[in-house]
Design a protein around this ligand. Structure first.
Ligand code: G
Ligand code: G
Ligand code: MN
Ligand code: NA
Length: 259
C-alpha cells in the first residue's frame, strides 16, 4: 500500500496537522476544552482523515511516534490557550489513544515527559480510549491507565454505548468520563425522540453520575438535540452545532467570546 510506506517520511516532513473541536458545557454554553483530531496533508491526495491512515499506522507501529507527536502538539496548544485565557477557567485537551499505544511500555513515561516539557498539569489532559479497546482488558492493560489516572489525567471511554460492555465492568476501569456515541444523539433528532433511546440515555446518565463519571455527548448537530441532552442530564457536548473541527486559531475566538 502506497500510503503505508509513505507514513514515516510524512511524519518527518511534517505533513500531519491537528484540528481541534470544542467541548462545550451544556449548562452554560462555555467552551471547556477541545478534542485533538489528526489529519494528513498528503502532497498528492490532499487532506486525508484519520480513518484513511490511523489503521495503517497501527498496523506498522508508526502509531506510537505519531501518537506521541499528536500528544506533544496538543499539550502545547492547551498551554497556549490557558495563557491566553487565564480568566476563562481551566481549559482541557482531549487526545485519542489507539489500543497499540495502550500496550506500548513507554506510554506513562512519554506522557509525563510531554506534560513536564510543556509545563502543563496532568488535569489539563484527557486521554480517550474506545470502549471496545477496554472490553475484557486485563490488569496489565489497565495498569498504565491507572497510573495516569492517579496522576490526575482524565481517561474517557470513547464511543460509549456501542461496545456491548458490561456496565458493572465500569467500576473496574480507571475512567472518569463517558463519551456517549453519536448514534444516541442522532436518535434525539426525531421529535418526539424514540422512547427507548430516551430511557437508555437516562439510564446511562444516572449510572454514570452515581459512579461519579461525567457524560459528554458527541455529534450534536442541532439546538434541539443539545436541549434534549441537557434535560437528560448530560454534562458536556461536542458537535457541528457548536463548531466543526478547525485550526487552533478558531478556538481562540470561541473561547474569548465565552470568557
Ligand atoms: O474527525 P474525524 O474524522 O477526524 O475522526 C475520526 C476518528 O479518528 C475519530 O474516531 C478519532 O477517534 C480518530 N482519531 C482522530 N485523531 C486521532 C489520533 O490522534 N489518534 C488516534 N488513535 N485516533 C484519532
Ligand atoms: O473520536 P471520535 O470518533 O469520536 O471522533 C469524532 C468524529 O466525529 C470525527 O470524525 C469528527 O469529525 C466527527 N464529528 C464531530 N462532530 C460531529 C457532528 O456533529 N456530526 C457528525 N456526523 N460527525 C461529527
Ligand atoms: Mn474521540
Ligand atoms: Na467517538
Amino acid at each position: 500500500h502506497g500510503l503505508t510506506t509513505a507514513l514515516p517520511a510524512a511524519l518527518e516532513r511534517g505533513e500531519f496537522f491537528i484540528e481541534y473541536q470544542p467541548l462545550v458545557h451544556l449548562g452554560d454554553g462555555s467552551v471547556r476544552g477541545a478534542e485533538a483530531l489528526v489529519r494528513w496533508l498528503h502532497p498528492q491526495h490532499g487532506v486525508l482523515g484519520p480513518d484513511r491512515f490511523i489503521p495503517l499506522a497501527e498496523h506498522t507501529g508508526l502509531i506510537v511516534p505519531l501518537g506521541r507527536w499528536v500528544l506533544e502538539q496538543s499539550v502545547r496548544q492547551a498551554r497556549a490557550w490557558r495563557e491566553r485565557n487565564a480568566d476563562a477557567g481551566p481549559f482541557r485537551i482531549n487526545v485519542n489513544l489507539s489500543p497499540c499505544q495502550l500496550t506500548h511500555p513507554g506510554l506513562v513515561q512519554d506522557t509525563v515527559e510531554i506534560l513536564e516539557r510543556a509545563g502543563v498539569q496532568p488535569d489539563a489532559l484527557c486521554l480517550e480510549v474506545t470502549e471496545s479497546a477496554l472490553i475484557g482488558a486485563d490488569d496489565d492493560l489497565l495498569k498504565p491507565l491507572r497510573r495516569l489516572a492517579e496522576m490526575g489525567v482524565d481517561i474517557a471511554l470513547d464511543d460509549f454505548g456501542t461496545g456491548y460492555s458490561n456496565l458493572a465492568n465500569l467500576r473496574r476501569l480507571p475512567v472518569s468520563i463517558l463519551k456517549l456515541d453519536r448514534s444516541f444523539t442522532q436518535s434525539m433528532q426525531r421529535f418526539p425522540a424514540d422512547p427507548v433511546d430516551l430511557k437508555i440515555v437516562e439510564g446511562i446518565v444516572s449510572l454514570a453520575h452515581s459512579l461519579d463519571l461525567t457524560v459528554t455527548v458527541e455529534g450534536v448537530e442541532t439546538g434541539a438535540q443539545a436541549e434534549q441532552l441537557r434535560i437528560l442530564g448530560c454534562d458536556t457536548a461536542q458537535g457541528w452545532y457548536y463548531a466543526r473541527p478547525g485550526p487552533p486559531e478558531r478556538l481562540h475566538e470561541l473561547a474569548l467570546v465565552d470568557a
